[in-house]
Design a protein around this ligand. Structure first.
Ligand SMILES: Cc1ncc(COP(=O)(O)O)c(C=O)c1O
Length: 434
């Protein structure tokens, strides 16, 4: 099954305007039929333009059981994408292998080209995976320039399973593992200096992990600057961009990173089960071909990860999600998410005992931001705080551990979050801090 599936791959009004179907979704022969109803363009729309954003919020059928401010786990699909996904699922199920063996390859190629164009890279620099974990584990495990006695580096704010993958390299590659804590409170220069100091103190470091947007605190790192500084010292950087694509307005070349793992099911809003692995073309040889990759040439990025059969419908719906993302535009999404974040985070910063863990610097923050009550740094404290927000105020957030300075509670609005919901959080936090 895996063999055949892989072989197949080789070979501005206020009313929603139905547009032509996205490439790859335009009929039975090409992946599911139906039209993707897209909203007016968000080009130039301000983060606080409630007329536009209430229309976008209306695209999401979000639960009203709670005030949903935990949208970092994954991003729910907007209704047009959900409907397209349902159509794709039905079509793939009905046409089965007749579609999979004959037509899916062309659809896959179209979605790959669309994703690559949005990321600003060449299609043959990316491979689809099932999530960012699969992408990043393939990169960390496959990176082949480490020698026994070298060192690798990661920070407290990196994602747990990526930290574990870096630690796994100790047994696998015979390297030393260096860990650092990023400064809190953070500044752009402070973070760059922390990595520079770590590399100066540990000259054997040859590869490091860098998380574009931290899932623990929401801190956005100056990736390009850190990559340049590391490169000047002969250190390669694997970038965990699981949270960035669709949340921040950037293209991969802006990061100047050679190895990146991304998610389609967070801020791009594709169905759960789709991620992207990127390797800059001239660096593909620095990641070993994955086991069982014989059907691809040694210099093919597709040889770097082997998923077996994936959800065809998820691949097709990724194309639809990218269409919606591009219609709203990355810039407008970033502005909206930051406006929602600033509305609560800057309103409670320094109120009573509240510590907001990301700076006000717009370059270092977007949708995700964590806070804690001064001195309440244990995991239990913060689990209890998130529980209080839910039980007393009906607001759903999540506690996060692993920050060197202490645990915290993470708040993550989404495009469907309404200003009143953020204000409800602000009022609740002021009550708790009093
Ligand atoms: C920073 C970061 N990296 C990697 C991942 C892994 O993503 P996934 O579970 O979709 O593979 C996450 C998930 O939340 C994350 O926040």
């Amino acid at each position: 099954m895996a063999e055949t599936s892989r072989r197949g791959l080789i070979g501005a009004g206020l009313i929603l305007a139905p547009l032509a179907a996205s490439a790859g979704a335009g009929g039975d022969a090409a992946g599911g039929g139906g039209e993707l109803a897209l909203p007016p363009s968000g080009q130039g729309v301000a983060g606080g333009d409630e007329t536009y954003w209430s229309q976008i919020a209306g695209l999401y059928d979000v639960t009203r059981e709670v005030t949903q401010l935990e949208n970092g786990n994954w991003g729910m699909m907007a209704r047009p994408v959900l409907e397209a996904h349902a159509r794709h699922l039905e079509m793939v199920n009905r046409r089965s292998s007749f579609y999979g063996r004959r037509a899916f390859g062309a659809d896959w190629t179209r979605v790959r080209a669309k994703v690559a164009a949005d990321l600003g890279v060449a299609p043959d620099e990316i491979a689809f995976t099932r999530n960012a974990t699969e992408s990043l584990e393939a990169l960390i495990g496959g990176y082949n320039r480490l020698r026994p006695g070298d060192a690798v580096l990661y920070a407290d704010l990196d994602y747990d399973s990526m930290q574990w993958a870096m630690t796994w390299l100790k047994g696998r590659r015979g390297v030393e593992v260096v860990t650092i804590a990023l400064p809190e409170p953070a500044t752009r220069q402070g973070v760059i200096d922390a990595y520079a100091a770590a590399l100066a103190a540990h000259p054997k470091v040859r590869m490091m992990l860098l998380t574009h947007v931290s899932h623990r605190t929401g801190l956005v790192l100056p990736v390009a600057e850190i990559v340049a500084m590391a490169r000047a010292r002969g250190v390669d950087v694997i970038v965990d961009s699981a949270h960035a694509w669709g949340q921040l307005d950037f293209r991969l070349p802006d990061l100047s990173a050679d190895f990146v793992g991304l998610n389609g099911h967070k801020w791009i809003g594709a169905p759960i089960g789709i991620g992207v692995l990127y390797i800059r073309k001239d660096r593909i040889g620095d990641v070993d071909p994955f086991m069982a990759s014989e059907e691809f040439k040694a210099d093919d990025v597709l040889a770097r990860v082997h998923t077996g059969t994936m959800s065809y419908a998820a691949v097709l719906a990724l194309g639809d999600a990218v269409d919606l993302h591009r219609r709203i535009t990355a810039g407008a999404k970033e502005r909206r998410l930051r406006a929602l974040r600033d509305r609560w985070a800057e309103a409670v910063r320094g109120v009573g005992s509240i510590e907001v863990l990301t700076p006000a610097d717009p370059r270092m923050t977007c949708a995700l931001t964590s806070f804690r009550l001064k001195g309440r740094t244990s995991a239990d404290d913060n689990r209890a705080l998130a529980r209080t927000l839910l039980d007393r105020f009906g607001i759903f957030t999540v506690s996060r551990d692993g920050v060197a300075a202490g645990s915290c509670v993470r708040v993550t609005p989404a495009l469907f979050t309404r200003p009143e919901e953020v204000d409800k959080l602000t009022a609740a936090l002021k009550t708790l801090a009093a």
